[in-house]
Design a protein around this ligand. Sequence first.
Ligand code: DAH
Length: 357
Amino acid sequence: MAASLTPALPMPSDNESLEEIESQALSDLGAVADGDALERWRVAYLGRRGRLTRVLRGLADLPLEERKRVGDKANRLKQELEGAVREKRARLAMSATEALIAERIDVTLPGPPLPSGRLHPTTQTLRDVLDCFVSMGFQVVEGPEIEWDRYNFEALRIPRDHPARDMWDTLWIDYEKDGERPMLLRTHTSPNQIRIMEQTQPPIRVVVPGKCYRYEATDPTHEWMMTQVEGLAVDEGISMADLKGTLAEFARRIFGPDRKVAFRCDYFPFVEPGMELRIDCFLCGGDGCRTCSRTGWIEILGAGMVHPEILEAVGYDSERYTGFAFGLGIERIAMLRHGIEDIRLFYANDLRFLSQF
Ligand code: DAH
């Protein structure tokens, strides 16, 4: 509404002389520096309630002779001011272009590159590892990070008060039931072996990626959170030859086709026999260096044949079915692949580290 507009310039008194209006209008116009100010000027002089418009409206009250004389003059002034607005508008547009040219803005220059994110090194290695097993016929499934004691330990033959629990320092959930704390942050992905076998029948070929948590002091090779991939295959006639073939193929795909693999006895309560997989050190070729602790071999993962008691406990006939399982740490594999010396770098969120991958 016009009434609510704040006039930028003083409104005229009715008997203002045309000469006054003209000289003030032209001097005001000289001070106008941009399009907005020009529009305010136009409204103040030529708008519906502008100074000149009022004079023109007031003509009707004048005697005939004077009406003609003043009317002529006022109309000429109106044309003059309208012409001045047009000219000023053109000049303002021109000076904007000139300003652009003066600043030498090259509109054809490509813009600065937008910073783009990338996959975390853990994610990159995880995807490579999963791709490898998927191509061998494994399916990817997932399980919960907050787990029951039953799945994380009991059903994996790690009973309460058994020293084997010391292998997994545990973060317990502060929730009590019947005087016990039955929930925890899973310490490994192995509980998914049980979850899957309870839900399906053989044949089973799955890999289960996920975060695991341990109540552990951190150092260059230990973190309180890490990523594991669990593998499980159960079927009729699965033997240790299948386990060895599958894991040797995995090691060669991730660490290079010339890798030698070796299996060594190890203990995990849920497999029998249990073993660890080692590859010959790809840095020193087996001569012994810092990465392989001068042994020529690097431990990659834990594995074994699924314990028959576990098969029976989930309702499988252990005379008919056998299986193998394995579990590996993705950060460890990424460290070996990229020569990363401290596992804590993965989750320290330092872009200088992360942007290298
Ligand atoms: N769950 C074990 C750990 O976190 C790794 C492991 C060892 C998984 C042997 C397995 C296995 O499936 O057979 O240390």
